[in-house]
Design a protein. Structure first.
Length: 186
């Protein structure tokens, strides 16, 4: 071989530096760290999302109960609650707030839990106050507010006022009208 052949290394021989460098791994061994890294990121993301969702639901429904509302006309409605009723308010007749003469007559019954002796005794002991509350409540209303289409709102308003402002320990669960008549005085 000539000097020029040795310099060019045309015979395909390897240089001494090339034989000392390690060869790169190929195939699955090279991909394994990358696959594990992305799997760990995915699992961490799923755990994070589940944790955030759980605490968000717990905070939005503070009492932990379901917030679904069932249609009362649904055939799949469960048993209705049975209540005891306080019926000793009697018939109350008073004038409304209108400038023209309207008279309202109401007979109201209050429902409370079946075995709730606290509410029963509190309503009984406050019978005169309850009659006055009923009279003043309807005296403060206009005849337009007492129309049949507003009856549900009236019941809710009375229920709220009884439970928050009138009763100390007992709780009324239902307000029913035996009679709610509005008459125009001529």
């Amino acid at each position: 071989m000539s000097d020029s052949d040795a310099d060019l290394e045309l015979d395909g021989g390897e240089s001494p530096e090339a034989s000392t460098t390690p060869k790169k791994k190929g195939g699955l061994a090279a991909l394994l760290p990358t696959i594990l890294k992305f799997a760990a990121i995915g699992i961490g993301a799923v755990i994070f999302i589940v944790t955030v969702s759980y605490f968000t639901v717990r905070l939005t429904s503070s009492d932990g109960r379901s917030q679904t509302v069932t249609d009362p006309s649904s055939p799949y409605m469960g048993k209705r609650q049975v209540y005891s009723y306080y019926r000793d308010i009697g018939s109350i007749t008073t004038k409304t707030r209108d400038t023209t003469g309207y008279t309202v007559t109401v007979v109201m019954n209050l429902g409370f839990d079946l075995n709730d002796t606290t509410t029963s005794s509190e309503l009984t002991s406050r019978q005169l106050e309850l009659r006055d509350f009923t009279r003043s409540y309807f005296t403060g209303k206009y005849a337009e507010d007492l129309q049949p289409e507003n009856e549900i709102r009236l019941k809710q308003d009375i229920l709220e006022k009884l439970n928050t402002r009138f009763l100390d320990q007992g709780r009324v669960r239902l307000v029913l009208f035996d009679k709610l008549d509005i008459m125009e005085n001529l």
